[in-house]
Design a protein around this ligand. Sequence first.
Ligand code: SF4
Length: 232
Amino acid sequence: MRINSIYLATEGEGVWIGTVQIFVRFNGCGIGCDNCDSSYTWSFNGGLEMSLLEVLAEIDKVGHNGLIRRVSITGGDPLNCKNIDAALALAQSLKEKNYYLNIEASGDRVAHDLFTLADFISIDYKTPSSGVTTPLNVLTQMIDQFSGKFQVKSVIENIQDFNYVKNAYAEIKKDQGGSHFAWVLTPSYNTNETFPKERFKNILNWNESHGGFFRVVGQQHKWVYGPKKTNV
Ligand code: SF4
């Protein structure tokens, strides 16, 4: 498997913010979001070629010899067809070893076998500022098949992004009769910016004045370490 990095850190965003886990970051992504903060992972030839046993040994090592029992498989795009078999093999091994398993998914599709193994799935719903579109039926499939063990995350840059997710939420509510998951809005914090306080306040206000359907959670690792620092 092509691995960018394996490291111990505290989750900096989403509903598990503040939780210590081991991140296994795959190399390779063909999606190309305009606002990607990890474009260094895009190459399918980058990173290190590692065997399953080497990855498991490194997870054990960085997790203080097995003390940390949570792993997040992330990327890059671990669901890409070039990565999915390796991600599935890793997930199976981790579940056999009783790790809590989190999957970070780009939202372009539902990977049924992998998601069934996972304890929790974080799936993106891309916004216009990313230049990428997430099919709405990905979210309806998640509600049908994985209710109770996933969150949706959307990066919000501006009011267009907010209105886009608000309309998507309304569509889903119309079809499903309500939401059964946390939909997290992540205020964008671009690598060339200082802390985007005004954007953050705007998003809090938009959510409060439009029904409060979302949870607004910032990226605390970027506040603490700066927006350019990786593996934190
Ligand atoms: S899916 Fe993730 S890694 Fe790939 S381009 Fe988008 S944000 Fe970056």
